[in-house]
Design a protein around this ligand. Structure first.
Ligand SMILES: Cc1cc2nc3c(=O)[nH]c(=O)nc-3n(C[C@H](O)[C@H](O)[C@H](O)COP(=O)(O)OP(=O)(O)OC[C@H]3O[C@@H](n4cnc5c(N)ncnc54)[C@H](O)[C@@H]3O)c2cc1C
Length: 469
């Protein structure tokens, strides 16, 4: 498979007409009005420039588009929301899954079937009508399938594990253009690869996942002034170590612009630190546990309360509107006194940090345990995750994020979550996966995508041990 298509624009157009005639969904090339609307990702820092975008209406459309790309020597990428956009796909085909929008909740058996274009918000709302909850991420605006195929570490990760741990089945179109049903017994190699391997196993058209009997929770965030960050972080480090697994917590040093929509006045245009807490258990017990953090410094804003699960997005309060973001993540073996001091020196009060957010999540608990079926998510032994998010257009953001990683290098596991450093080349792939996992992902790519049609599988082929010898 070549890395860019060789046909002339005229020849390509004629061929996309052939595709248009064979699918029920939209096919738009660059000159067509719906192209920009379909390709523009949530992360505006990535300029998507595929030769054409296909918005399928069915799994059959997905299979037709993959077979077409295979026949015409193109690769195929996939986008639901563009929260995780990494590549322009210049000259190739983008599948925009937004119309694959089925959500069917099965309350008696506690599971849901969810189409590839669905965001967590809809699953949360539809499950909540039956007193159930999914294992979504911090932002309900993110796509279910993109999140889950990257493992999915959410605001209840210490209590219930990863989203990928709760998958029952996928419907997926593999690179050979075949629509397959994937479960622990049917194509177990794909079942392994699709849970953590991002899109390397294929293009998911629907996923079936377990829901939890959870109508409400105790939690939210406590916000303190940025200048109190050293004391808050110090207290959080000691306090978080004492928490049972019913609690998942993180802190985030925030610098929200004064004009950011929806920001509460005490937080706008200043440095603040938020301590996030989600407690699954007796609410009074959770409130008492959080009282210890309330005493760390004067609280600017106390958002913790008993909430219906539909309010889970309030715990992290991630931005909803599209922005040109740059993310830099890493995983830590520990957050010692020295590590916390270095983090605060680079990103805390007086540091001049340009980041919108520098976040540390406590891991462990159910996150650290393999689920019933092994999967391609590798870094269960990390103790903390770190994520810096800034505006990509600010020239200070990338060097500062690298500086932060250097400052924490003594505790760096060397790993990264596939969702925070989407694997796209050998270096990022070796951070996202260990060698045995890379070898298994490469074997899956060879078997189900022999012509290298899937853009998201390229990293597995390039970085597998055999490919490097
Ligand atoms: C505000 C925000 C909050 C976040 N919070 C968390 C969090 O708490 N925990 C966490 O783990 N991650 C988190 N993430 C990262 C997020 O999970 C990834 O960016 C994820 O890839 C987004 O999926 P998407 O479908 O919305 O994005 P898209 O950009 O549409 O897709 C990203 C990638 O997902 C894969 N993908 C999407 N659809 C399919 C499909 N149908 N078949 C196969 N592969 C597919 C592809 O590799 C694709 O390139 C967050 C990101 C943002 C921007």
């Amino acid at each position: 498979m070549s890395s860019s298509p060789t046909q002339s624009p005229g020849g390509r157009r004629a061929r996309f007409d052939e595709l248009r005639a064979r699918v029920s969904g939209t096919v738009a090339e660059r000159h067509e009005p719906s192209y920009d609307e379909l390709v523009t990702p949530w992360n505006l820092a990535v300029a998507m420039r595929p030769a054409a975008v296909v918005a399928p209406l069915s799994a059959a459309d997905v299979a037709t588009a993959v077979a077409f790309a295979r026949a015409h020597d193109m690769t195929v990428g996939v986008q639901a929301t563009g929260h995780g956009a990494v590549s322009s796909l210049a000259g190739h085909v983008l599948l925009a899954t937004r119309h694959l929008d089925e959500v069917a909740v099965h309350p008696e058996q506690g599971w849901a079937r969810v189409g590839a274009g669905v965001r967590w918000t809809r699953v949360i709302e539809e499950a909540a009508r039956c007193g159930l909850a999914p294992l979504n991420g911090s932002s309900p605006d993110v796509g279910v399938v993109g999140y889950t195929t990257g493992g999915g570490v959410g605001p209840m990760a210490r209590t219930f594990g990863l989203a990928a741990d709760r998958v029952r089945a996928f419907d997926v179109v593999t690179g050979d253009g075949v629509l397959r049903r994937v479960t622990p017994r049917e194509h177990p190699d794909l079942f392994f690869a699709l849970r953590g391997g991002k899109g390397a196993g294929g293009i998911v058209t629907a996923v079936e996942l377990d829901l939890l009997p959870l109508a409400s929770f105790y939690g939210g965030a406590l916000y303190f002034a940025g200048e109190d960050a050293p004391g808050v972080v110090d207290r959080w480090r000691a306090w978080s170590r004492t928490l049972p697994e019913q609690a998942t917590t993180s802190f985030a040093i925030l610098q929200v612009p004064p004009d950011a929509p929806g920001t509460p006045p005490p937080l706008a245009g200043r440095m603040a630190i938020g301590v996030r807490f989600l407690w699954v258990g007796d609410p009074q017990h959770g409130a008492r546990l959080l009282d210890e953090m309330r005493a760390a410094a004067p609280v600017l804003l106390d958002d913790a309360a008993v909430k219906p699960y539909t309010k889970v997005g309030s715990v992290h309060a991630d931005p909803v509107d599209p922005l040109p973001g740059h993310e830099e993540g890493m995983l830590l073996t520990d957050l010692t006194d020295e590590a916390a001091a270095r983090l605060l020196a680079v990103a805390g009060p007086g540091s001049g940090s340009p980041q919108l957010m520098v976040e540390v999540r406590q891991l462990g608990g159910a996150y650290a345990r393999e689920a019933d079926h092994p999967c391609a998510f590798t870094h269960r032994d990390a103790a903390f995750s770190v994520l810096a998010v800034g505006i990509a257009l600010d020239p200070a953001v990338v060097p500062h994020a690298r500086w932060l990683c250097t400052a924490l290098a003594d505790w760096d596991t060397g790993g990264i979550w596939p969702n925070h450093g989407p694997p796209h080349d050998a270096t990022s792939a070796r951070r996202a996966y260990d060698e045995p996992t890379l070898a298994r992902l490469a074997a899956v790519a060879e078997r189900y995508d022999p012509d290298g049609v899937l853009a998201a599988a390229a990293f597995a082929r390039r970085s597998a041990p055999a490919a490097r010898t």
